[in-house]
Design a binder for this molecule. Structure first.
Ligand code: FMN
Length: 250
């Protein structure tokens, strides 16, 4: 039987064991979202015995920033610091990817200075227009390009915990009447379009998806929906699924 301490080969990368540090936000970045010495220390102190590390959620565009001192990956001038972070973790022989996120309606207008965006109108947020959806897909693609330049072994797309991709997937937060809302197929469209574009940037490196698999609400996402979504994600080229909860608060 395979055990926790057995190695695992994924796409030519060897994980020395199956102990994975999940993404956990530290808020140790600078106010501009740049990597700091404290952030690097936080990760190297935890890297020694890990098989795999997923660096906390970084925002792909300014409108998707969740809170102050969150790591940013939305500008090329941040690549230098991100490279220092990935190489410090690699020096411990630990493969590492970085999580990419857009907070959607969870962004705070007082912090981002503009009205937060969401799939549909809700509590102080406005609904995204089609051309804005296209530009957010491009933001995920550009962020992936930066992660590759910064030497990460891949990226994890954040599709859980009630953030933007999860907001599109869940009927609790997506009430659109166009091709991005309504049926399960339509609600999966935006996350799958993000994956398709990110896949083009990732080459032979790893693509993970954090799947908010169950809203634990009778009107929300159910595990049966996520079984279908998981197959679509795999077909689209996702190498690993990181299964978690969906919309928070239930
Ligand atoms: C302080 C803190 C920060 C977190 N930040 C993130 C994050 O950046 N991205 C993410 O997907 N999950 C985040 N999580 C959720 C964790 O990755 C994890 O799923 C959660 O702690 C539950 O653990 P479990 O999956 O082992 O049950 C965070 C959790 C904590 C406690």
């Amino acid at each position: 039987m395979v055990g926790l301490l057995d190695s695992l080969e994924v796409k030519g990368l060897t994980l020395k064991n199956r102990i994975v540090m999940p993404p956990m936000q530290t808020r140790l970045a600078t106010p501009e979202g740049a990597v700091t010495g404290s952030l690097i220390n936080h990760y190297i102190q935890r890297s020694n015995e890990l098989g795999f590390l997923i660096v906390e959620h970084s925002y792909v565009s300014f409108s998707g920033m969740l809170n102050k001192r969150q790591v940013s990956i939305c500008d090329d001038n941040l690549i230098f610091g991100l490279k220092k972070l990935s190489s410090s973790i690699h020096a411990k022989a630990t493969p590492v990817v970085i999580q990419l996120n857009h907070a959607g309606s969870h962004a705070d207008e007082k912090i981002i200075g503009i009205q937060p965006v969401a799939p549909s109108l809700s509590h102080g947020c406005r609904a995204l227009q089609i051309d804005e959806i296209e530009s957010l897909i491009e933001s995920f693609s550009m962020a992936t390009q930066r992660a590759m330049k910064a030497g990460f072994d891949g990226v994890e797309i954040h599709g859980a915990h009630g953030f933007l991709l999860n907001q599109f997937y869940s009927p609790l937060t997506n009430r659109r009447r166009d091709q991005y809302g309504g049926s399960l197929e339509n609600r999966m469209r935006f996350p799958l379009e993000v994956i398709e574009r990110v896949k083009k940037q990732i080459g032979r490196r790893l693509l993970l998806y954090r799947l908010g698999a169950d809203d634990l609400d009778p009107s929300g996402i159910k595990i049966e929906d996520s079984q279908k979504f998981a197959v679509k994600l795999e077909d689209a080229g996702v190498d690993m699924l990181d299964v978690s909860g969906g919309i928070c608060g239930s």
